[in-house]
Design a protein around this ligand. Structure first.
Ligand code: FAD
Length: 505
């Protein structure tokens, strides 16, 4: 079906997936075809999942492309800036020191003949510093409490790349307002029935109304109401590789004088890990855990104990997670996006990013001249590739651990075998640096060799190289220190930036 034949596209679901897709497709297709109508049907009773507060940096380009005012977005969603993730306790402490490493969104390229990562390894700088401190600016900025923004930054620009921490409920509301202002039709109704004719959805119905469309987008969250009506047994579970299938979340107010951090913290606990995400108005926390090894009560108790006494009276919310993705994201005239399409556990904050990828891919795949099945196959192949690639990257965080304090962590070491080719690559990366072409496959668009190296070397999985000496090897690190000093002068502290953005905070 070409876009000329599509007059009506209906999205069921008004979470981040529904509204991001609506706003994006509306922007793309309305400029090509004025009669193209997008409708979002959102249940007034079911509500959205309301978690999903950290993003990767590519989301900036999505918001910018939508013409959203960055300051307005940040104020409306109580946002802070994010330059990466600090991982704590993912390995055993050494000499009483907590294990910690940072995964920023950038790596400096300051080597001349030899790239900077190789120089770092060849000169055994791991004996004196963390890898992220050796090759990135962001690691040094956060140590001084600095965010990514220069004093005179243009919207969506920083001295280093950045994403956001934002309130998921407020984000959906903000996107809805902008989508409706741009012409998207918004209906409040709860769909109770999906009619299927010859492998296509002919209509969806509520208790009082029936809605027809040429294309349906399923953005109904984990239940995947529309895509399931087309085909059951269309789910590939990642549970063997990524066993965390539950979460418990607690929001807590900032203590007086607390300065929100420009990075996410991911701390490994007994059967999973806990997030700390600072918004300007509060901190979101939660424990992502293996529900086959820990009960909900045990997880909540552990999270509360970890947060400390001031969290004991705060309400907790328990969530189920379905980790995996559809085999076919696009079936007939229906495409599943967001949680309806799949979910990788939130360790690298990829939920909104996957929606971004799905919506962008849809805009190219609904273009004129393509034959329908070839288009569906291409979309399904690409989305599968993205999910498989992310699965491998998340597994990497677990399988390199040396923790053996619980059966969960002992099992985590064995999860590499659940990703085809990963054990071989891990063995290879004991002999050579991890390079882009090691990840060949074409789907490593989000996390490339730069990102892999942060995890590999943060988890002390170094190649054994013939060590070398010499000034040339040291030069990039001298240059980095100069860049750090310049960046510290150009950038604002994160709290100063937030104060300027929201003076009444
Ligand atoms: P939902 O938010 O569940 O929205 C579903 C929508 O469908 C709602 O509007 C609902 O009312 C509607 N609906 C459902 N049934 C019907 C019906 N019958 N009729 C009409 N409407 C219906 N992502 C990140 O990017 N970063 C993170 O840090 C992050 N952390 C996460 C932590 C946890 C514990 C979990 C579970 C997820 C996390 N995610 C994160 C993922 C993120 O929450 C989702 O990707 C994002 O919120 C999109 O959700 P959604 O719109 O697909 O589904």
């Amino acid at each position: 079906m070409s876009v000329e034949n599509i007059k009506k596209l209906t999205i069921v679901g008004g979470g981040a997936a529904g509204w991001m897709t609506a706003i994006y497709l509306n922007k793309v297709f309305n400029s090509q075809q004025p009669n193209f109508q997008i409708t979002v049907i959102e249940s007034p009773d079911i509500g959205i999942i309301g978690v999903g507060e950290a993003t990767v940096h590519s989301i900036r380009f999505f918001f910018a492309a939508m013409g959203l005012d960055e300051n307005a977005l940040l104020r409306a969603t109580h946002a802070t800036l994010k330059t990466g993730i600090m991982f704590r306790n993912w390995m055993q402490p050494v000499a009483g020191q907590m294990h910690q490493y940072f995964h920023p969104f950038e790596q400096q390229q300051l080597g001349k003949d030899i790239d900077m990562s190789s120089s770092w390894l060849l000169s055994a700088r791991y004996q004196q510093e963390r890898y992220d401190e050796g090759v990135s600016l962001s690691a040094h900025l956060i140590k001084q409490g600095h965010g990514p923004k220069a004093r005179q930054s243009a919207p969506y620009q920083g001295v280093v790349p950045y994403g956001y921490h934002l309130d998921a409920v407020l984000l959906a509301r903000f996107l809805r307002e902008h989508a409706v202002a741009a012409g998207v039709v918004y209906l409040e109704d709860t769909i109770v029935d999906v009619s299927v004719t010859d492998g296509n959805i002919s209509s969806v119905s509520s208790a009082t109304s029936c809605y027809q469309a040429d294309i349906f987008i399923d953005a109904t969250g984990f239940k995947g109401l529309l895509i399931e009506a087309l085909q059951q047994r269309n789910w590939q579970s990642f549970a063997d590789a990524l066993p965390c299938n539950k979460a418990v979340a607690i929001q807590r107010p900032h203590l007086a004088g607390y300065q929100p951090k420009p990075y996410t913290v991911a701390t490994a606990l007994s059967h999973g890990w806990a997030w700390q995400i600072d918004l300007s108005s509060r901190q979101g926390t939660g424990y992502v855990y293996d529900g086959n090894r820990l009960t909900a009560d045990q997880a909540e108790q552990e999270l509360r104990a970890w947060l400390g006494p001031e969290a004991c009276a705060l309400p907790a919310r328990h969530l189920q997670m379905k980790v995996g993705c559809r085999q076919q994201f696009w079936l007939g005239n229906c495409i599943a996006i967001g949680l309806a399409g799949g979910f990788i556990e939130p360790l690298e904050s990829t939920g909104l990013h996957l929606i971004n990828l799905g919506a962008r891919l849809l805009s190219t795949h609904l273009s004129p001249g393509a034959t329908a099945q070839a288009v569906r196959d291409s979309y399904n192949q690409a989305m599968n590739g993205f999910y498989q690639d992310l699965k491998q990257f998340i597994v990497l965080h677990y399988c390199l651990t040396d923790r053996d304090d619980t059966a969960f962590w002992r099992q985590a070491r064995a999860t590499a075998v659940q990703c085809a080719g990963l054990p071989e690559k891990l063995a290879l990366w004991r002999h050579k640096i991890c390079e882009y072409h090691d990840l060949a496959g074409g789907y490593a668009t989000t996390f490339t060799d730069e990102n892999y190296r942060y995890i590999l070397y943060g988890m002390q999985h170094y190649p054994q190289l013939q060590l070398a000496t010499g000034e040339a090897l040291q030069q990039p690190f001298v240059l980095l220190q100069q860049r750090v000093q310049q960046a510290l002068q150009r950038t604002m502290s994160h709290s100063e930036y937030l104060q300027q953005l929201m003076p009444c905070r």
